[in-house]
Design a protein around this ligand. Structure first.
Ligand code: ATP
Ligand code: MG
Length: 451
């Protein structure tokens, strides 16, 4: 738009410049012709004087030149007006508007002109005698408004053309935006959904590169979806297969541990077996829970109107001992009732997981603040610890299954806790928000729709 204005401005200035050059040239030609006629008169006068005849130069010159302008004037070398013709008629006495500066300049041998506001051009031409003395000035006045009218017409055509061009450019840009930007946005949204593991059909009704890209994305989505489903099914099958032998291992190791009272070394080994098989059982249970989530809908899970503040207080009470045994205090701020539509057992499982993390990844003598509140139409539980924190580059990944951050070596875990929380919360149309700074602490919020 700006460059367009600059172009219009420059073209307008160029029209002004060239119109003046043109009109100047035209007037010069006219002046030359006038000068020639005047010289002829002078030559005749010289001949007549030589023959002893009387001759009036200004009068004869005026006769010869009277039709060469709207007004024609003749001045002598002392700037006196000697004769005047208006519209081709010689006028005996007139007192016209005289630009003295022009006459002075002409008497010095130069062309001089002035254009008045009402578009009249006063053009003064020096006339020399045979001794090259500027003895007369011939001045013609022309109405050049026709020229300005013409320039205005050109300007009008130019501006109308520019406006048309601008409209055309705008329409074609909109057209290009519609045909190019819109499908690109559509494809971007599709890839965004893919990254959230939401695989919908991607299709563009066109045969060009964008259409091909859409078809390629669609194929990729189908393959990715199949692969993920296969992976989930595989984990689910393996977990099921492991459940029974693991229960046997757990039971037998517990039995052995309880029966062994003499050999301390063996007792230690059995204890280790019990502990590890419990950990494995928990892992298998979590994996089975995840696979149930993958299949189950909200109707199968079952929800009820729940006070989030109440539920949070219950969970915190259950976790108090665990926190205190590590020297960590739990501070709850869950005042007024905050109602949501969730499954109580699953939701407390999610809160336990987040609290468990907060305790696991915090040092002794720190506190964990648990708060429930309402933000517009959302109900939020916020758990804020003063622990080791998570690196910014890993924040987006900690909700993935089996992902453990670099700092997680301080505690044991399988990397499933947060992904289970995510699945639970998303089942109830909510989401997790995680904010963290290494060395300062982590804030995890469960954000749900309030009732
Ligand atoms: N409050 C926290 N402070 C610091 N790091 C955390 C916190 N919560 C989670 N993390 C990081 O995110 C990773 C994933 O957490 P997640 O709960 O899914 O797994 P986990 O605690 O390692 O194992 P699990 O919960 O299955 O026993 C953790 O390994 C840890 O690196
Ligand atoms: Mg965890």
């Amino acid at each position: 738009m700006l460059s367009f204005t600059v172009i219009i401005f420059s073209v307008d200035k160029a029209i002004d410049y060239f119109s003046f050059v043109t009109i100047e040239k035209q007037m010069m030609k006219k002046a030359d012709l006038g000068e020639l006629s005047f010289r002829e008169v002078l030559a005749k006068h010289d001949k007549a004087t030589a023959d002893g005849q009387a001759s009036d130069v200004p009068r004869s010159a005026l006769e010869a030149l009277k039709a060469s302008g709207k007004e024609v004037r003749i001045y002598d070398s002392s700037q006196q007006l000697l004769g005047l013709a208006v519209d081709g008629i010689i006028i005996a006495d007139g007192s016209p508007l005289i630009f003295k500066g022009n006459i002075e300049r002409a008497l010095k041998g130069n062309y001089a002109y002035t254009i008045t506001d009402n578009k009249l051009l006063y053009f003064a031409v020096p006339i020399q005698d045979k001794y090259y003395q500027n003895i007369y000035v011939f001045e013609f006045v022309d109405d050049i408004s026709y020229f300005y009218d013409m320039m205005d017409q050109i300007r009008y055509i130019l501006i109308a053309g520019a406006a048309g061009f601008l409209v055309l450019i705008t329409i074609s840009s909109l057209f290009i935006a519609r045909t190019t930007t819109k499908p690109i946005k559509y494809l971007l949204a599709a890839t965004e959904n893919f990254s959230k593991q939401q695989f919908q059909r991607v299709h563009l009704n066109r045969k060009d590169e964008l259409g091909m890209l859409a078809a390629g994305l669609n194929r990729m989505g189908i393959q990715l979806n199949d692969y993920i489903q296969y992976q989930k099914q595989f984990v689910s099958n393996v977990s099921h297969e492991l459940k029974t032998p693991l229960a046997a291992i757990s039971g037998f190791s517990q039995y052995l541990y309880e029966k062994e009272s003499e050999d301390k070394e063996l007792q230690k080994i059995y204890y280790h077996l019990v502990h590890e098989s419990e950990r494995l059982t928990q892992l298998i249970n979590e994996l089975l829970m995840l696979s149930r989530f993958d299949k189950a809908g909200l109707e199968e899970i079952g929800t009820e109107k729940t006070d989030l503040s109440e539920l949070t207080k219950l969970v915190v009470a259950d976790m108090k001992d665990k926190a205190e045994s590590k020297g960590i205090s739990l501070e709850v701020k869950a005042g007024s009732a905050v109602y949501v539509d969730v499954n109580k057992i699953l939701m407390s499982h999610a809160i336990v997981n987040i609290l468990d993390n907060a305790i696991k990844y915090s040092h002794a003598e720190t506190s964990i603040k648990i708060e429930t509140f309402i933000r517009q139409n959302e109900a939020i539980i916020q758990i804020r610890d003063q622990g080791i924190g998570i690196g910014e580059d890993e924040l987006a990944r900690v909700q993935e299954r089996f992902y453990r951050a670099k700092n997680s070596t301080v505690a044991k875990g399988s990397g499933l806790g947060l992904s289970i929380c995510k699945e639970i919360v998303e089942k109830f149309n909510g989401h997790l928000e995680i904010d963290s700074k290494i060395g300062e602490g982590t804030t995890v919020s469960i954000v749900l729709q309030r009732l």
